[in-house]
Design a protein around this ligand. Structure first.
Ligand SMILES: Cc1ncc(C[n+]2csc(CCOP(=O)(O)OP(=O)(O)O)c2C)c(N)n1
Length: 266
């Protein structure tokens, strides 16, 4: 409840304070914040070494602020265009691409490290990069089959169905040379890709059908029911820990605004 409130308050604040500025809001899909909170809390309680997240632009600022421990001050400064002068991209767009490293803390004070990979605009390209980063971290820890670094990949519904690299990365997931002990995939399924409806962007029934190629369990959950989202997050986490295989959560929600805040939602 607390995470949901902070997630929502964060979006409302930015919408009021930085009118019309691009932020790729999470409005309509805020339940992903308590969903991720469950995964991170569980990881902290079970003393996993780290949770590594790869994600697209949508909801990124919210995840950075509410889960990855980046300060509000830093994010607002970036909104005001006062980011590092050394930044390669002069435009304010850099804020959706930057990664971070932080600490996640549970209500009881247990902690785990959180790593958010930097990503380019090219959707889903971060997937194999994140897996490689996780695999390298696991190899360095040298804990054998413990897989104590947990990869979490977030996706948009259109991108998950549309980008070939999703299938390529799933295909690597069980190979000795590449495996990372199971990735938790979270799809923020707002049922639109830019301006394209599902009926015009995929031939499969579900946006997650590509994950059936590795027989991953797929949970379809109502994003308007945060408690259900938290429950499937727990199930997905438990599945990953028990079987060390990929698992998918398809959180069906909506998008309140346009693709970004410069667009008319119509
Ligand atoms: C590889 C790639 N193709 C196209 C684009 C242009 N593009 C940016 S956002 C977007 C729609 C993505 O829709 P979805 O994955 O459902 O995420 P949403 O924005 O709805 O959260 C597209 C096509 C891109 N960024 N990367």
């Amino acid at each position: 409840m607390r995470r949901l409130n902070s997630g929502e308050a964060f979006e409302t604040f930015l919408q009021t304070k930085f009118v019309g500025q691009k932020r790729f809001s999470l409005e309509g899909g805020e339940s992903v914040i308590p969903l991720l909170d469950r995964i991170l809390t569980q990881a902290a309680e079970e003393s996993l070494d780290e949770v590594c997240i790869g994600m697209p632009h949508r909801g990124r600022l919210n995840v950075l602020a509410n889960l990855a421990g980046k300060s509000y001050g830093q994010i607002f400064r970036e909104f005001e265009g006062k980011q590092q002068p050394g930044s390669v991209q002069g435009s304010g767009d850099v804020k959706y691409h930057l990664g971070t490293e932080g600490t996640f803390e549970t209500e009881e004070g247990e902690t785990t490290n959180v790593y958010l990979a930097a990503n380019p605009s090219h959707l889903e390209a971060v997937n194999p990069v994140l897996e490689g980063i996780v695999r390298a971290k696991q190899d360095k820890l040298d804990k054998g089959e413990e897989f104590s670094v947990l990869p979490v990949l977030m996706h948009g519904d259109a991108a998950f169905a549309g980008q070939g690299v999703v299938a390529e990365t799933l295909n690597l997931s069980q190979l000795r040379g590449y495996r990372t002990g199971g990735t938790i995939h979270v799809i923020v399924n707002n049922q639109v890709g830019f301006t394209t409806s599902p009926s015009q962007s995929r031939s499969s029934v579900y946006c997650t059908d590509v994950a059936r190629m590795v027989q991953a369990p797929i949970f379809h959950v109502n994003g308007d029911d945060p408690e259900a989202c938290v429950r499937v997050a727990q199930l997905a986490y438990d599945y990953r820990q028990a079987f060390n295989k990929d698992v998918v959560i398809d959180m069906v929600c909506y998008r309140r605004r346009g693709h970004n805040e410069g667009d008319d939602p119509r």
